[in-house]
Design a protein around this ligand. Structure first.
Ligand code: ZN
Ligand code: ZN
Length: 638
């Protein structure tokens, strides 16, 4: 067992004798008017003078809020509602309408904490976009209040935004576990303006005060990367539990089982709300153990005859370890291909999270001397990512790897929605070149690592939250998770399905989902530029890709704005110039006519001309061809 491993430890601060209202684990409560008796946990189990709800419980605060004013007899019996800004506001900047770009913000008083700061890979209709990160404009001007960013584990949908946004957030400390810290540090090196990474390592038995209103306790869960944790956040109004990506594994590899005892302990002290991973909420049963995954993998590998090429994610370190184990057992040497793959394995190995026998790993020059059945290549690209190794191999663009007859190529992932077509093309291309394809969905980030229905129910049963908020996933996944919660006794009105940016509010009367939204635009990262690609640019790229472009270059006399020569027309991806000489000629005549009709003395003459050309030439081309290329007027003044 690696010494630095983030694992469950002895529980120090919870003993049987302590009551649930132990004041030493609660952060400071907001100031209340002095005369009012302040119950410790007013939101549940409190004596209530109002009429009982039909299920025997007091009215939920949600209903009261929905009903407008609080009736007088309640108002004088309960603590005054906190002033605006003193409520606990919770919203997700991403991850509630997609798998990816996870980020949740908690605000209370002058304290803000952020949980995860991920990225999302683009959809197929976003040409030229590398990935999408979170819109942090809701935090602008409040940077000094950010007490820290908690990063639950090292997957890109949780860490990917860090180098892009850390500086913009005022470089708050980053609370995370050692392996995640290693990955973050390495990634930071790749960015010039990545901000200042101030890592605070967390341990599962240590509570961290974050500002006046928050305290954070990590707890160990399982996932398919080591060092993943869930976060218990103590607030003035109760404890929130964020599961992060999780599964329960009673026999994990290189890891400890999830700390069920601790999770149950949180549950016994009354949980205000549970925010739980919905990625696999539509799958029945229990998630299989990593041990089973390893065994199944080994069977596939044993049956492969020639060379093995496995496409996976570079951050799927548990899976990479299993592949290496299987290779060692079946007498294969392993070539790790791809920079991120090598980086991550090196980090994990240095920290003791991965064990690789000496002699197992080889370099590319060793490939020639080894027979194919002694080789396994582990590389990136199972999702058809355009720059990843597998794609380069398929396109015969790889420096030294190409498909050989009898190669077996394992796709280690079920396809992320939106990537289906690309992955199918990739497979076609590989099969055509003689490879055999094995698709093994259990090895995936998006299935193998996440709790299924029975596990999700267990999490709810253990934590016994008052409110339940399904997170991480598309809407249908969240809805499926909601049904599960209701089936294990959470009242329907206490389940909040929020959109990205939709604010939930909690105070001592309870919680509710507001109609208040913060911005959650897609911030697109293109090459090394962040956010300079807007939806307009994207629309233009799509238009160019689909319909081509039509450039009109006109040269004007600077003095009087008169046309010099004839307009030049360049078209790309639209029509063959030669075959459409007539069309081009007609367009040219139209451009001349537009110029003649305008008075060059009017203000903003150039803009006017450009707009007219775009509009009228666009119309004209559409009427002739039924296509809408992008019309690009260029004016040169001489
Ligand atoms: Zn994950
Ligand atoms: Zn995730």
């Amino acid at each position: 067992m690696p010494t630095l491993n983030f694992k469950s430890r002895k529980i120090h601060h919870h003993t049987q004798n302590q009551t649930r209202n132990q004041s030493n684990v609660q952060p400071q409560k907001p100031k209340q008017p002095a005369k009012q008796a302040q119950p410790q946990k007013p939101n549940r189990g409190q004596k209530h003078s109002g009429p009982p709800h039909r299920d025997g419980k007091p009215h939920s605060s949600q209903q009261e809020r929905g009903g407008g004013r609080i009736p007088q007899q309640f108002a004088d019996k309960r603590p005054e509602p906190p002033k605006i800004g003193k409520q606990l506001r919770v919203y997700a900047l991403g991850g509630l309408e997609e798998v990816g770009r996870n980020c949740t913000v908690l605000e209370c008083g002058n304290d803000i904490i952020i949980i995860d700061l991920g990225l999302m890979f683009p959809e197929e209709n976003m040409p030229g976009i590398d990935y999408i990160i979170n819109d942090i404009s809701s935090l602008r001007g409040k940077e000094k209040n950010i007490r820290g960013i908690i990063i639950s584990h090292g997957h890109y949908d949780h860490i990917g935004g860090v180098p892009h946004l850390l500086g913009k957030l005022g470089n708050p400390p980053v609370y995370t576990a050692p392996l995640t810290a290693g990955i973050l540090k390495k990634r930071q090196e790749e960015f010039k303006d990545g901000g200042i990474l101030n890592i605070q390592l967390v341990k599962s038995d240590k509570k961290i005060q974050m500002g006046r209103n928050f305290a954070f306790e990590p707890f160990h869960i399982n996932h398919n990367i080591s060092d993943a944790f869930g976060a218990a956040i103590h607030t003035p109004y109760g404890t929130l539990i964020f599961t992060g990506d999780f599964k329960f594994d009673y026999s994990p590899e290189n890891d400890e089982p999830a700390d069920l005892r601790r999770i149950a302990m949180f549950g016994s002290s009354k949980i205000l709300a549970l925010f739980s991973d919905s990625t696999d909420a539509t799958s029945p049963g229990h998630q299989i153990s990593e041990k089973i995954v390893g065994e199944e993998l080994e069977r596939i590998i044993q049956n492969a005859k020639g060379r093995l090429i496995v496409g996976t994610f570079s951050s799927l370190l548990t899976r990479i370890q299993q592949l290496i184990n299987s290779a060692e057992k079946t007498g294969r040497h392993v070539l790790l291909e791809g920079r991120s793959m090598n980086n991550n394995v090196e980090i994990a190995r240095n920290l003791g999270y991965m064990k690789i026998k000496p002699g197992t790993l080889i370099e590319d020059k060793d490939l020639k001397r080894l027979p194919p059945e002694k080789v396994m290549v582990i590389c990136t690209g199972a999702q058809g990512e355009s720059n990843a190794v597998l794609m380069r191999i398929a396109n015969r663009e790889h420096r030294y790897l190409s498909v050989e007859k009898d190669d077996t190529i394992i796709f280690s992932s079920s396809v992320i929605p939106g990537n289906e077509r690309t992955v199918q093309h990739l497979k076609d291309s590989l099969v055509r070149q003689g490879a055999k394809i094995v698709h093994y969905a259990n090895m995936d980030v998006h299935s193998g690592g996440h709790a299924k229905q029975e596990d999700l129910k267990l999490m709810i049963r253990l934590t016994q939250p008052k409110y339940f908020i399904p997170v991480h996933g598309n809407r249908f996944m969240l809805e499926a998770h909601k049904d599960l919660a209701i089936s294990v006794g959470i009242p329907e009105q206490n389940v909040f399905i929020a959109d990205n940016g939709q604010v939930m509010e909690f105070d001592h009367r309870g919680g509710h989902l507001t109609k208040d939204y913060v911005p959650t635009e897609h911030i697109m990262v293109d090459g090394l530029g962040v956010g300079d690609v807007s939806h307009t640019v994207l629309r233009e790229r799509r238009q160019m890709a689909d319909e081509g472009m039509f450039v009109v270059i006109i040269t004007l006399e600077q003095r009087d704005g008169s046309l010099i020569g004839s307009p030049d027309i360049i078209s790309r991806g639209f029509v063959y110039m030669k075959e459409s000489r007539e069309l081009i000629e007609q367009a040219r005549t139209k451009v001349k006519k537009i110029l003649k009709e305008q008075n060059p003395k009017v203000p903003a003459f150039e803009e006017l001309i450009k707009t007219k050309i775009r509009h009228e030439i666009g119309q004209f081309l559409f009427s002739k061809t039924r296509r809408r290329p992008m019309v690009l007027p260029v004016i040169i003044e001489v």
